[in-house]
Design a binder for this molecule. Sequence first.
Ligand SMILES: Cc1cc2nc3c(=O)[nH]c(=O)nc-3n(C[C@H](O)[C@H](O)[C@H](O)COP(=O)(O)OP(=O)(O)OC[C@H]3O[C@@H](n4cnc5c(N)ncnc54)[C@H](O)[C@@H]3O)c2cc1C
Length: 426
Amino acid sequence: MDSYEVLIIGGGVSGAALFYQLACRTDVSRIGLVEKHSSLAAVNSHARSNSQTLHCGDIETNYTLEKAIKVKAGADKVVKYAETQPDCDRILFRCPKMVLGVGPTEASFLRQRFTTFREHYPHMRLLEREQIAEIEPAVALVDGKPRPEEIVALGSVDQYSAVDFRALTKSFIHNATNVEGKVTEVHLETKVLAIVQNVDGFTVTTNKGELRAKAVVVSAGAHSLYLAQQMGYGMEYSTLPVAGSFYYTPKVLNGKVYTIQDDRLPFAAIHGDPDVIKEGVTRWGPTALVLPKLERYIGGTTTEFFKTFHLGVAAVMLRMLKHPTIRAYLIRNVLFEVPGIRRRLFLKDAHKIVPSLKLEDLTFAKGIGGIRPQVVDRAKKIMLLGEAKINPGTGILFNMTPSPGATSCLDNAEKDAALVLEFLSR
Ligand SMILES: Cc1cc2nc3c(=O)[nH]c(=O)nc-3n(C[C@H](O)[C@H](O)[C@H](O)COP(=O)(O)OP(=O)(O)OC[C@H]3O[C@@H](n4cnc5c(N)ncnc54)[C@H](O)[C@@H]3O)c2cc1C
């Protein structure tokens, strides 16, 4: 039976970042990582599943200044890491990015935001119509003439804005498994079935036998809560899985163009951007569709969803449905999946970014888009935004990682490594 000081469950970007952190930046000498799929980053950390954005907080209008600064610190760690890697140009991508305000209310909101945010974001620029037209002609012009509405944007021109989180995952694993004098092992196609705590650590039962570890960190995406609840932890939470679909058009944008978040809605507004793994297209989305599954386009996760289901989730859904704006938004997002009408409906939203887009340009991106495992507080019947961690204080941690979990991977890995080291030193 293999035995480790620390065993990590989940080979997405979160698990890989911790694997790297422990192997390359601490003196922990025996580390294992298990992943149930046959390749790394096969679920939400795959470039086809997420929006590929390095969230810095400058163009995400759903973030407060406090949250934006926190997220930026995590993003800076990813940049600092990737810049030292020989394959940096396969991990991080420079491109223009902006959040677009359309109409006087949104324009004045962005002008105001610029005054508050600029000192924390030295590269941030307030972009007027002419500058938007230089960077993104399709946003500012229709048939070569200015679009009729007032437009303003906040953004930057040549910062690292896009990430292939799968390439980042592979880079972490490559570095961790090449540290001399340490045991750093990756077990693919190894599904964790149960975790049991003993007097001197944990026994982890997998489809390929048992593994032992003094400490365990579960970074299994939507399955983290499922595994926690098997051990009786995190019973105060449930998962609300929100799938995000995408659409493609031929390339009309040079960089990322986000729209302003309607703060009555719990999910980020759509954006358009280049796809880091598919050349010559602009990718649009993500939509927001509640689905009873823990992993999208992968069979067998509906039963697992219902094992973590609680009436508190239904209460959260009912509360959202009572709110007319949220109800309309959720229904619209269901319709974004219905062949025959979905393209026409989505086109209306995409027109806010590129007014000249045509229906024949738009195709539904089949098999693209992951599931955000939003965490629901059962007792308070509210949906928590962002990541959550369960730390029972017994040497095991569980990470739940909706967006911007991938951007925060190194920041979170540092926190987990500190908790693990503290536990191992007891
Ligand atoms: C539509 C969408 C858009 C997003 N856009 C962005 C974005 O632009 N920027 C950003 O920062 N974040 C974004 N996110 C969030 C981001 O994708 C996640 O935060 C991140 O990928 C989470 O990484 P992870 O390693 O925690 O989880 P995952 O990548 O899901 O990895 C978990 C791993 O655990 C494995 N696993 C599960 N159960 C078991 C088991 N029993 N045994 C063994 N292995 C197991 C899975 O197979 C999987 O490989 C987006 C998410 C979605 C869905």
